[in-house]
Design a protein around this ligand. Structure first.
Ligand code: PLP
Length: 463
């Protein structure tokens, strides 16, 4: 399987190169030349596999340049870091099958992809003899999953900037109690946007980028998408088959469109077993407007109780646009350039019809999110985190009565204690890994929000 760019500007490359490239060199996003479909025989075999073995089988459709035994070792190592024997268990609660994606080391679904990505980076760098300095800015949640993905890895250092005093105590502790020598937490005296702007400048300085082999770990890396395809397949095969339902629908709390795009790829693999993909948004409902009205226009970001979905533009949207354009890279590039210039794309009725065949969508405002957490707790004695609650709300709104509804649970409720407390009147209990954080030693560098200061710090500590 080789990889091409949504903008058509690179020669096809193997998976390993796609992982190391991240963003395509022509500014587009990388995609497989052809999306695979599983055969009936394969599906019969897959139904009997545990999560890590299923992951190897699914990934093998997308990765043919890593020897099978190596891939198996990397996958097993990645998912051994999860607390639950099933890795991503499915639990029935009322009308929803909750797909719990939060059993990884930081209790967030991003672990599913970042554990594998960290191991892939280490493996590929060992092969090439290279090194990598990962730099990223976080508003709280992604940073810890990225840090846990690469802590202690050879040939990799990671620098994560967070806004000093502006992330929740749990989030701060999750990041700063990782004491491995290759992990550098930087608390920037400023906002998340200040940190983000500095990171962009460091990547924009091509000399600096080259000299220090800067790497990114954001959600546009293809390896992250493909790792997420696996749990859709896992849940779909668990709930369908002889004597069970024919197909299932998925409700997906969406921000940057990475997770739901993984669902789109999974449905190409299993077109019979996967039905509706329900794209759930919070008050930042750009993508719901896109699905309902064919209007993809930026507006300001409003902070909500589900911060990982507070996005202005969806960084993986271009991947779907490419398929909507019947893989016309020229048209995709033109439209993305138009979007960059005007902040808006409009879709005509013919394309809107296709979009609505591909996705259903519903947005949940803050009141609906809070009510969903409260109602779900009352009815099922089960706590949803606010991101998951947005998905459950949208899922129930778009539910087809005869089709099992799988709702993706993207974070453990204890990570968003304030929102949960506001909904049910008491804070959630902390699971042992979070309760233990308070007592752990932490390490963090506090620096001013100045490009040169951060640059000097990175240069001094880079591999
Ligand atoms: C990142 C994140 C999301 C959104 O996922 P995308 O792939 O960006 O659409 C939803 N919930 C949680 C908890 C997240 O961390």
């Amino acid at each position: 399987m080789r990889y091409i760019s949504t903008r058509g500007g690179i020669a096809p490359i193997p998976f390993s190169e796609a992982v190391m490239m991240g963003l395509a060199d022509d500014g587009g996003l990388l995609l497989p030349e052809k999306l695979p479909q599983a055969t009936g025989e394969e599906i019969a075999v897959w139904r009997r596999l545990n999560y890590p073995d299923l992951a190897v089988a699914v990934l093998s459709h997308f990765i043919d340049d890593i020897p099978a035994a190596d891939l198996e070792r990397l996958v097993k190592k990645s998912y051994a870091a999860f607390q639950h024997p099933e890795v991503t268990p499915v639990v029935k609660q009322g009308q929803c099958h909750i797909l719990e994606l939060f059993h990884g080391p930081t209790l967030a679904f991003k672990d599913v992809a970042l554990q594998l990505l960290g191991n892939l980076f280490e493996y590929l760098l060992a092969k090439s003899g290279g090194r990598m300095n990962i730099i990223g800015a976080t508003s709280g949640d992604t940073g810890s999953a990225a840090i846990y993905g690469v802590r202690g890895k050879e040939r990799i250092n990671i620098f994560i900037l967070h806004p000093h005093g502006r992330v929740s105590p749990i989030q701060e502790k999750q990041m700063t109690t990782v004491l491995d020598a290759n992990v550098f937490n930087i608390a920037v005296k400023g906002t998340f946007d200040d940190g983000q702007a500095i990171v962009k400048k460091l990547f924009g300085d091509l000399n600096f980028k080259q000299q220090h082999q800067l790497g990114a770990i954001n959600s546009i890396n293809w390896a992250r998408i493909v790792a997420q395809v696996v749990y859709y397949v896992y849940a779909a095969l668990k709930l369908t088959g002889e004597g069970k339902a024919a197909q299932v629908d998925f409700a997906v709390p969406t921000g940057n469109f990475g997770d739901i795009f993984a669902g789109f790829v999974a449905r190409r693999l299993l077109p019979k077993q996967i039905g509706q993909l329900i794209l759930a948004t919070n008050e930042n409902n750009l993508l719901t407007r896109f699905v309902k009205d064919g209007d993809y226009s930026v507006s300001g970001v409003r902070p909500t109780s589900s911060p990982s979905m507070d996005i202005q533009v969806a960084s993986n949207f271009e991947r779907y646009l490419y398929y909507l354009n019947d893989q016309d890279a020229q048209r995709t590039r033109q439209e993305m350039e138009q979007f960059a210039a005007t902040g808006s794309l409009q879709f005509d009725p013919a394309r809107l019809q296709r979009i609505q065949q591909d996705f259903a969508s519903q947005s949940a405002d803050e009141a609906a999110t809070k009510a969903t957490i409260g109602d779900f707790y009352q009815s099922h004695d089960y706590l949803l985190d606010p991101h998951t609650a947005v998905g459950v709300y949208a899922g129930l709104a778009c539910r087809r009565p005869e089709v099992p509804l799988v709702c993706l649970a993207t974070a453990h409720p204890a990570k968003f204690g304030q929102a949960v407390e506001a909904a049910i009147g008491r804070p959630p209990e902390l699971p042992p890994p979070l309760a233990a954080l308070a007592k752990l030693e932490s390490r963090c560098q506090v620096l001013p929000a100045e490009e040169q200061v951060i640059k000097d710090f990175v240069a001094q500590h880079a591999l």
